[in-house]
Design a protein around this ligand. Sequence first.
Ligand SMILES: NC(=O)c1ccc[n+]([C@@H]2O[C@H](COP(=O)([O-])OP(=O)(O)OC[C@H]3O[C@@H](n4cnc5c(N)ncnc54)[C@H](O)[C@@H]3O)[C@@H](O)[C@H]2O)c1
Ligand SMILES: O=P(O)(O)OC[C@H](O)CO
Length: 327
Amino acid sequence: MKVGVIGAGAWGTALAQVAASGGDVVRLWAREPEVVDAVNRTRENPLYLPRIPLAPTIFATAALADLADCDVLLLVTPAQHLRSVLSDAPVADKALVLCCKGIEAGTGLLMSETTQALYPDTPVAVLSGPTFAHEVGRGLPTAVTLACEDRAVGEAIAARMKRPAFRPYLSDDVIGAEIGGAVKNVIAIGCGVAHGAGLGLNARAALISRGFAEMTRFGLARGARAETLGGLSGLGDLVLTCSSTDSRNFSLGTALGEGRPATELLANRRTVAEGAFTAPVLRDVARAAAIDMPIVEAVCRLLDGSAPVAEVVEALLARPIRDEIVR
Ligand SMILES: NC(=O)c1ccc[n+]([C@@H]2O[C@H](COP(=O)([O-])OP(=O)(O)OC[C@H]3O[C@@H](n4cnc5c(N)ncnc54)[C@H](O)[C@@H]3O)[C@@H](O)[C@H]2O)c1
Ligand SMILES: O=P(O)(O)OC[C@H](O)CO
């Protein structure tokens, strides 16, 4: 029994380490030959997860076909590349665990929907939650949501992934788990902006709370359950990502808030800040469904450079007074 991990960025590498720490042999697909070489030769991924010693049972490869003998595949590419990588992956007879957080540009599909469009008969689970890769890689205590519509498949994957310091909680709300992970990245950019612009901690707390209201509104409209959005993959991840410069999304927002242009910040990035890609597609899907998401709209204006920080903040504060709870 082998676990296949597709994507050897920070999170794929950390999850490979989790799987290997339980005794599984792991095949780790990396896009970059230098990552394959470094993992196999030095037992480290210096490009994406430096200074974390990797288990000897993690074998990196540049060939997706080498994952054909795995019984579980963890998909850990950036969301916008999931479709192309998955199209080439040896998926037959395997359970798929989606670990990326985002909404597909062009289609507006969640990752499970993209996957089911490609492989309608394959069981799909979502693993999501407050999980900085460098902490998981170091074995620090972490809890996640493991969502799967098929209870037996979900239980089998959770049993396979659980470790003394890595604790999955089961759910059957796949869409809810995905929406939390996608929306929180956009709100984290907004919180970073508040940090970078020196707007204070009151503003950050307001953005987290009102951002959660937007996540809930969007999620409920798409059929997610409120308790999922209030769980690890929603509120839990929102709080983590909105509170730390360890977050790439929060850091991107911080630089925006300091006045640096998005084009400069996003050009030639090696690591992914998913919120920058999710924001415009989330805005468009929300608009089409008449779901009010003013913070998401504001983040989009900062990312596309159509308004400076001061104008966006003023517009948010000048919105008409309304009830706090509006479904
Ligand atoms: N890093 C974390 O702490 C963390 C935690 C939970 C979830 N995630 C999610 O996991 C996903 C992967 O993020 P990460 O942090 O591992 O990435 P990363 O930022 O560490 O690395 C970027 C990754 O993108 C890959 N990539 C770049 N261009 C590509 C292409 N054309 N096709 C396929 N892959 C390409 C690179 O090979 C690399 O694996 C994201 O959706 C992210 O939100 C990350
Ligand atoms: O660094 P970020 O902002 O991509 O966040 C990483 C994880 O999603 C936190 O759970």
